[in-house]
Design a protein. Structure first.
Length: 121
């Protein structure tokens, strides 16, 4: 993985995916957001007790990094369901994540977000 630092955020990218210019991707760390300890600082989870306005600020940072993309969250359940997020699904509700184990979309300017840390709820 390639480490990147931008505007106080630290994230990683996969070299093989960089070969596809139409796909943006990033594996973000907790650095570079606006949440105080113990959530510091780039917390994007609404389920761990952080203040909603700070979570929203952090989510806006991610959205801007992806070119003001609509963020669609997935609640992983360790099964075998692949969620297809399509135009008929609408813009998505960031407070109600999709449930499954993977997701795909054909909608431009949509960032699919999977939270993978043990502390995410």
């Amino acid at each position: 993985m390639i480490e990147r630092r931008e505007n106080g955020s630290v994230y990683y990218q996969f070299p093989n995916l960089l070969a596809f210019p139409g796909i943006q991707h990033g594996v973000f760390t907790r650095k570079g957001g606006c949440s105080p300890a113990p959530f510091d600082s780039l917390n994007v989870s609404l389920g761990v007790g952080d203040q909603g306005d700070r979570v929203e600020g952090n989510r806006q940072m991610l959205s801007q990094w992806f070119g003001r993309a609509n963020l669609v969250f997935l609640n992983q359940v360790h099964g075998d369901r692949i969620r297809v997020f399509s135009r008929k699904d609408g813009p998505g509700d960031p407070t109600t994540p999709l449930v499954g184990d993977a997701m795909v979309t054909d909608i431009q300017h949509t960032a699919l977000v999977i939270q993978v840390a043990d502390c995410q709820a």
